[in-house]
Design a protein around this ligand. Structure first.
Ligand SMILES: Nc1ncnc2c1ncn2[C@@H]1O[C@H](COP(=O)(O)OP(=O)(O)O)[C@@H](O)[C@H]1O
Ligand SMILES: [Mg+2]
Length: 263
Protein backbone atom coordinates (compact mmCIF):
# COMPACT_ATOMS: atom_id res chain seq x y z
CA UNK A 1 0.00 0.00 0.00
CA UNK A 2 1.23 3.49 -0.73
CA UNK A 3 0.07 6.45 1.27
CA UNK A 4 0.94 10.00 0.37
CA UNK A 5 0.10 12.72 2.75
CA UNK A 6 0.60 16.40 2.53
CA UNK A 7 1.58 16.54 6.16
CA UNK A 8 1.77 14.05 9.00
CA UNK A 9 -1.62 13.65 10.62
CA UNK A 10 -3.13 11.96 13.63
CA UNK A 11 -5.33 8.90 13.62
CA UNK A 12 -4.98 6.22 10.97
CA UNK A 13 -7.65 6.27 8.30
CA UNK A 14 -10.11 3.46 7.98
CA UNK A 15 -11.51 2.28 4.70
CA UNK A 16 -14.51 0.53 3.36
CA UNK A 17 -13.59 -3.03 2.42
CA UNK A 18 -12.75 -3.35 -1.24
CA UNK A 19 -11.36 0.14 -1.66
CA UNK A 20 -8.65 0.34 -4.30
CA UNK A 21 -7.93 4.06 -4.17
CA UNK A 22 -8.92 6.51 -1.50
CA UNK A 23 -8.65 10.28 -1.75
CA UNK A 24 -9.50 12.33 1.31
CA UNK A 25 -9.68 16.11 1.19
CA UNK A 26 -7.13 16.30 -1.61
CA UNK A 27 -6.05 19.72 -2.80
CA UNK A 28 -3.20 20.66 -5.08
CA UNK A 29 -1.68 24.10 -5.49
CA UNK A 30 1.11 24.65 -7.99
CA UNK A 31 3.55 27.43 -7.23
CA UNK A 32 3.30 30.02 -4.48
CA UNK A 33 2.22 33.59 -3.83
CA UNK A 34 0.54 35.43 -6.64
CA UNK A 35 1.68 32.80 -9.15
CA UNK A 36 -0.09 30.03 -7.26
CA UNK A 37 -2.47 27.90 -9.33
CA UNK A 38 -5.13 26.02 -7.42
CA UNK A 39 -5.55 22.95 -9.61
CA UNK A 40 -7.59 20.64 -7.37
CA UNK A 41 -9.63 21.45 -4.29
CA UNK A 42 -10.92 19.23 -1.52
CA UNK A 43 -11.55 16.08 -3.52
CA UNK A 44 -12.67 13.07 -1.53
CA UNK A 45 -13.32 9.95 -3.52
CA UNK A 46 -13.10 6.17 -3.13
CA UNK A 47 -12.57 3.88 -6.08
CA UNK A 48 -13.71 0.31 -5.49
CA UNK A 49 -11.65 -2.76 -6.36
CA UNK A 50 -12.47 -3.75 -9.90
CA UNK A 51 -14.46 -0.60 -10.51
CA UNK A 52 -14.29 1.28 -13.79
CA UNK A 53 -14.42 4.91 -12.74
CA UNK A 54 -14.46 7.78 -15.21
CA UNK A 55 -13.45 11.31 -14.32
CA UNK A 56 -14.82 13.99 -16.61
CA UNK A 57 -14.41 17.72 -16.63
CA UNK A 58 -13.48 20.67 -18.80
CA UNK A 59 -9.95 20.99 -20.02
CA UNK A 60 -7.61 22.44 -17.38
CA UNK A 61 -9.85 21.45 -14.47
CA UNK A 62 -7.26 19.28 -12.78
CA UNK A 63 -8.00 15.79 -14.12
CA UNK A 64 -4.39 14.95 -14.97
CA UNK A 65 -3.23 16.46 -11.70
CA UNK A 66 -5.54 14.11 -9.80
CA UNK A 67 -4.46 11.09 -11.79
CA UNK A 68 -0.77 11.93 -11.38
CA UNK A 69 -1.24 12.03 -7.63
CA UNK A 70 -2.81 8.58 -7.69
CA UNK A 71 0.09 7.39 -9.85
CA UNK A 72 2.51 8.73 -7.25
CA UNK A 73 4.11 11.19 -9.68
CA UNK A 74 2.97 14.14 -7.64
CA UNK A 75 1.97 14.84 -4.04
CA UNK A 76 -1.12 16.60 -2.77
CA UNK A 77 -0.64 19.99 -1.09
CA UNK A 78 -3.18 18.94 1.52
CA UNK A 79 -5.16 15.76 2.02
CA UNK A 80 -4.34 12.10 1.58
CA UNK A 81 -4.02 9.84 -1.43
CA UNK A 82 -3.92 6.15 -0.66
CA UNK A 83 -3.49 3.34 -3.13
CA UNK A 84 -4.63 0.14 -1.49
CA UNK A 85 -5.67 -2.10 -4.35
CA UNK A 86 -2.30 -2.97 -5.87
CA UNK A 87 0.20 -1.37 -8.15
CA UNK A 88 -0.95 1.49 -10.38
CA UNK A 89 0.26 2.19 -13.88
CA UNK A 90 -0.38 5.29 -15.93
CA UNK A 91 -1.21 5.43 -19.61
CA UNK A 92 -1.27 8.73 -21.53
CA UNK A 93 -2.79 10.03 -24.73
CA UNK A 94 0.53 9.57 -26.47
CA UNK A 95 1.70 6.05 -25.77
CA UNK A 96 5.20 7.21 -24.83
CA UNK A 97 6.75 4.18 -26.51
CA UNK A 98 10.46 3.89 -27.17
CA UNK A 99 10.65 4.80 -30.87
CA UNK A 100 13.78 2.74 -31.52
CA UNK A 101 12.29 -0.45 -30.09
CA UNK A 102 9.91 -2.74 -31.95
CA UNK A 103 6.45 -3.52 -30.62
CA UNK A 104 7.64 -6.70 -28.96
CA UNK A 105 10.77 -5.08 -27.52
CA UNK A 106 8.71 -2.26 -26.06
CA UNK A 107 6.50 -4.77 -24.28
CA UNK A 108 9.35 -7.08 -23.35
CA UNK A 109 11.19 -4.23 -21.69
CA UNK A 110 8.33 -3.86 -19.23
CA UNK A 111 8.54 -7.59 -18.48
CA UNK A 112 12.29 -7.30 -17.98
CA UNK A 113 11.92 -4.32 -15.66
CA UNK A 114 9.35 -6.25 -13.71
CA UNK A 115 12.04 -8.85 -13.15
CA UNK A 116 10.36 -11.66 -15.05
CA UNK A 117 12.86 -14.40 -15.83
CA UNK A 118 13.89 -14.71 -19.46
CA UNK A 119 12.43 -18.22 -19.75
CA UNK A 120 8.97 -16.93 -18.90
CA UNK A 121 9.12 -13.80 -20.98
CA UNK A 122 8.44 -15.38 -24.36
CA UNK A 123 5.09 -16.91 -23.41
CA UNK A 124 3.96 -13.85 -21.49
CA UNK A 125 4.89 -11.64 -24.41
CA UNK A 126 2.95 -13.87 -26.78
CA UNK A 127 -0.13 -13.76 -24.53
CA UNK A 128 0.05 -9.98 -24.29
CA UNK A 129 0.43 -9.57 -28.05
CA UNK A 130 -2.63 -11.73 -28.57
CA UNK A 131 -4.59 -9.84 -25.97
CA UNK A 132 -4.16 -6.59 -27.87
CA UNK A 133 -4.27 -8.19 -31.34
CA UNK A 134 -0.78 -7.21 -32.40
CA UNK A 135 0.78 -10.61 -33.19
CA UNK A 136 1.27 -9.65 -36.83
CA UNK A 137 2.88 -6.34 -36.00
CA UNK A 138 5.35 -7.49 -33.40
CA UNK A 139 8.43 -6.54 -35.35
CA UNK A 140 7.27 -3.10 -36.40
CA UNK A 141 8.60 0.12 -34.99
CA UNK A 142 6.15 2.57 -33.37
CA UNK A 143 6.32 5.07 -36.25
CA UNK A 144 5.10 2.34 -38.63
CA UNK A 145 1.92 1.86 -36.60
CA UNK A 146 -1.41 3.67 -36.59
CA UNK A 147 -2.37 5.71 -33.52
CA UNK A 148 -4.74 2.96 -32.42
CA UNK A 149 -2.02 0.33 -32.66
CA UNK A 150 0.38 2.47 -30.69
CA UNK A 151 -2.15 2.75 -27.91
CA UNK A 152 -2.59 -1.02 -28.00
CA UNK A 153 1.15 -1.40 -27.46
CA UNK A 154 0.95 1.07 -24.58
CA UNK A 155 -1.91 -0.96 -23.12
CA UNK A 156 0.04 -4.21 -23.44
CA UNK A 157 3.00 -2.54 -21.79
CA UNK A 158 0.83 -1.38 -18.92
CA UNK A 159 -0.48 -4.93 -18.52
CA UNK A 160 3.05 -6.29 -18.71
CA UNK A 161 3.84 -4.40 -15.52
CA UNK A 162 1.23 -6.54 -13.79
CA UNK A 163 -0.39 -3.47 -12.40
CA UNK A 164 -3.74 -3.95 -10.74
CA UNK A 165 -4.84 -0.37 -11.18
CA UNK A 166 -4.88 1.10 -14.64
CA UNK A 167 -4.83 4.90 -14.70
CA UNK A 168 -5.71 6.21 -18.13
CA UNK A 169 -5.32 9.88 -19.03
CA UNK A 170 -7.40 10.57 -22.16
CA UNK A 171 -5.77 7.55 -23.78
CA UNK A 172 -7.95 7.56 -26.89
CA UNK A 173 -8.29 11.31 -27.28
CA UNK A 174 -6.22 11.48 -30.44
CA UNK A 175 -7.90 8.57 -32.24
CA UNK A 176 -10.63 8.63 -34.86
CA UNK A 177 -14.09 7.54 -33.76
CA UNK A 178 -13.93 4.11 -35.40
CA UNK A 179 -10.59 3.16 -33.87
CA UNK A 180 -11.73 4.53 -30.53
CA UNK A 181 -14.83 2.34 -30.67
CA UNK A 182 -12.73 -0.75 -31.25
CA UNK A 183 -10.40 0.09 -28.42
CA UNK A 184 -13.37 0.66 -26.12
CA UNK A 185 -14.50 -2.88 -26.87
CA UNK A 186 -11.05 -4.26 -26.23
CA UNK A 187 -10.57 -2.33 -23.03
CA UNK A 188 -13.98 -3.42 -21.78
CA UNK A 189 -13.16 -7.08 -22.51
CA UNK A 190 -9.82 -6.74 -20.77
CA UNK A 191 -11.34 -5.12 -17.74
CA UNK A 192 -13.97 -7.87 -17.51
CA UNK A 193 -11.44 -10.67 -17.91
CA UNK A 194 -8.78 -9.35 -15.57
CA UNK A 195 -10.66 -7.67 -12.72
CA UNK A 196 -8.48 -4.58 -13.10
CA UNK A 197 -9.46 -1.38 -11.37
CA UNK A 198 -9.60 1.41 -13.94
CA UNK A 199 -9.57 5.16 -13.41
CA UNK A 200 -10.21 6.71 -16.79
CA UNK A 201 -9.91 10.43 -17.41
CA UNK A 202 -11.62 12.02 -20.37
CA UNK A 203 -13.34 15.21 -21.44
CA UNK A 204 -15.53 13.08 -23.72
CA UNK A 205 -18.71 12.46 -21.74
CA UNK A 206 -20.11 9.84 -24.09
CA UNK A 207 -16.90 7.89 -23.81
CA UNK A 208 -17.17 8.05 -20.02
CA UNK A 209 -20.75 6.73 -20.05
CA UNK A 210 -19.86 4.07 -22.62
CA UNK A 211 -17.11 2.69 -20.37
CA UNK A 212 -17.74 3.58 -16.74
CA UNK A 213 -19.54 2.02 -13.80
CA UNK A 214 -19.56 5.50 -12.39
CA UNK A 215 -18.88 8.93 -13.82
CA UNK A 216 -17.52 11.64 -11.56
CA UNK A 217 -17.92 15.18 -12.83
CA UNK A 218 -15.33 17.76 -11.84
CA UNK A 219 -15.90 21.51 -11.72
CA UNK A 220 -13.78 23.99 -13.62
CA UNK A 221 -10.49 24.84 -11.98
CA UNK A 222 -9.91 24.30 -9.17
CA UNK A 223 -11.31 20.82 -9.76
CA UNK A 224 -13.91 19.87 -7.18
CA UNK A 225 -16.39 17.05 -7.37
CA UNK A 226 -19.64 18.48 -8.72
CA UNK A 227 -21.71 15.37 -9.27
CA UNK A 228 -21.55 11.60 -9.53
CA UNK A 229 -23.54 9.40 -11.83
CA UNK A 230 -23.94 5.64 -11.53
CA UNK A 231 -24.12 4.12 -14.98
CA UNK A 232 -26.69 1.38 -14.84
CA UNK A 233 -26.68 0.53 -18.53
CA UNK A 234 -26.23 -3.12 -19.51
CA UNK A 235 -23.05 -4.31 -21.17
CA UNK A 236 -22.04 -4.58 -23.93
CA UNK A 237 -22.69 -0.90 -24.50
CA UNK A 238 -22.41 1.15 -27.62
CA UNK A 239 -21.37 4.77 -27.70
CA UNK A 240 -24.20 5.62 -30.09
CA UNK A 241 -26.95 3.83 -28.15
CA UNK A 242 -29.96 5.77 -26.90
CA UNK A 243 -29.35 4.91 -23.24
CA UNK A 244 -25.73 6.09 -23.41
CA UNK A 245 -26.81 9.23 -25.26
CA UNK A 246 -29.47 10.10 -22.68
CA UNK A 247 -27.22 9.86 -19.66
CA UNK A 248 -24.43 11.64 -21.54
CA UNK A 249 -26.82 14.50 -22.29
CA UNK A 250 -27.72 14.86 -18.60
CA UNK A 251 -24.03 14.97 -17.68
CA UNK A 252 -23.15 17.36 -20.51
CA UNK A 253 -25.91 19.73 -19.37
CA UNK A 254 -24.40 19.75 -15.88
CA UNK A 255 -20.95 20.29 -17.33
CA UNK A 256 -22.18 23.19 -19.47
CA UNK A 257 -23.80 24.83 -16.47
CA UNK A 258 -20.52 24.42 -14.66
CA UNK A 259 -18.37 25.84 -17.45
CA UNK A 260 -20.77 28.75 -18.04
CA UNK A 261 -20.78 29.73 -14.38
CA UNK A 262 -17.00 30.13 -14.64
CA UNK A 263 -17.18 32.18 -17.81
N1 LIG B 1 3.37 21.35 -13.09
C1 LIG B 1 2.51 22.36 -13.11
N2 LIG B 1 2.86 23.60 -12.72
C2 LIG B 1 2.00 24.61 -12.72
N3 LIG B 1 0.71 24.51 -13.10
C3 LIG B 1 0.29 23.31 -13.50
C4 LIG B 1 1.16 22.17 -13.54
N4 LIG B 1 0.45 21.10 -13.99
C5 LIG B 1 -0.80 21.57 -14.23
N5 LIG B 1 -0.90 22.88 -13.93
C6 LIG B 1 -2.10 23.71 -14.03
O1 LIG B 1 -3.10 23.11 -13.23
C7 LIG B 1 -4.36 23.18 -13.88
C8 LIG B 1 -4.92 21.77 -14.06
O2 LIG B 1 -4.14 21.09 -15.02
P1 LIG B 1 -4.43 19.60 -15.47
O3 LIG B 1 -4.50 18.75 -14.28
O4 LIG B 1 -3.42 19.26 -16.51
O5 LIG B 1 -5.90 19.72 -16.12
P2 LIG B 1 -6.69 18.72 -17.09
O6 LIG B 1 -5.95 17.44 -17.15
O7 LIG B 1 -8.05 18.61 -16.49
O8 LIG B 1 -6.76 19.41 -18.43
C9 LIG B 1 -4.13 23.91 -15.19
O9 LIG B 1 -4.46 25.25 -15.01
C10 LIG B 1 -2.66 23.74 -15.43
O10 LIG B 1 -2.15 24.81 -16.17
MG1 LIG C 1 -5.11 16.43 -18.75
Amino acid sequence: MRRQKAAPSGSPLTHKPGTAVSLVGVSKVYGTGKHAVRAVEDVSLDVGMGEFLCLVGASGCGKSTLLNMVAGLDKPTTGTVEVLGGRPTLMFQEGALFPWLTVEKNIELALKLRGLHKSLRKDTLQALLEMVHLQDFRRRLPHDLSGGMRQRVALARALAQQAEILLMDEPFGALDAMTRDLLHEELEALWRNTGLTVVFVTHNVREAVRLGDRVVLLSSRPGRIKAEFDVKIDHPRRTESIAVGELARTIIDRLRMEVRSHG
